[in-house]
Design a protein around this ligand. Structure first.
Ligand code: AR6
Length: 174
């Protein structure tokens, strides 16, 4: 099992799937959501509209990757940060549901952005710990997933995820 942390733009990733930090309406938006729809082209939104109405917070849905290198995009909906304990449950749910979709679709490598820590205001240190813990727990019981890569856009977020990985122990950091 491998968890990697890299700095970069997730739209260039070559893992089989990339995750998106989407909203419940699956309507597109700014941040990584905007970048993925721009790079992947209109086919992704067309498929979302055809297959799904909305997506609950803490859950995820899957589409093809359009023009992206990744074959699939997993649209995960993290919580808007409220400071309440349910935030962590919902954020963990967004990662876990995404990984369950990987298992269901025989996807063995997936990249994640830092869900909820941009427009949704989740403090990065807290979010990073939830993200790393949730992924490690899933990988412990799901050997079919060979690689989970966190692709962090800015230096500070990148460093914070590296710290979270070290804090959780036992993983690879690039
Ligand atoms: N590659 C990787 N990470 C990126 C990229 C990229 N190309 N672009 C931005 N990030 P955000 P959220 C980082 O706001 O907080 C949207 O409008 C960014 O620096 O994209 O979950 C949606 O439609 C930050 O670290 O997602 C929703 O309405 C991280 O991705 C809402 O924002 C997440 O920031 C979701 O908010």
């Amino acid at each position: 099992m491998a968890i990697e942390i890299v700095k970069g733009d997730i739209t260039f990733e070559q893992t089989e799937a990339i995750a998106n930090a989407a909203n419940s309406r699956l309507a597109g938006g700014g941040g990584v959501d905007g970048a993925i729809h721009r790079a992947g082209g209109p086919a992704i939104m067309q498929e979302l509209k055809k297959k799904y109405d909305t997506c609950l917070t803490g859950h995820a849905v899957i589409t093809g990757g359009g023009k992206l290198k990744a074959k699939y995009v997993i649209h995960a909906v993290g919580p808007v940060y409220s400071g309440k304990s349910k935030d962590a449950e919902l954020l963990a749910g967004a990662y876990r549901t995404s990984l369950e979709l990987c298992t269901q679709h025989q996807i063995s490598s997936v990249s994640f952005p830092s869900i909820s820590t941009g427009a949704y205001g989740y403090p990065v240190r807290e979010a990073a710990r939830v993200a790393v813990r949730t992924v490690r727990e899933y990988l412990n019981t799901h050997p079919e997933i060979k690689l989970v890569r966190f692709v962090l856009f800015d230096e500070e977020t990148f460093k914070t995820y590296q710290e979270a990985l070290a804090f959780n122990g036992n993983a690879q950091s690039l």
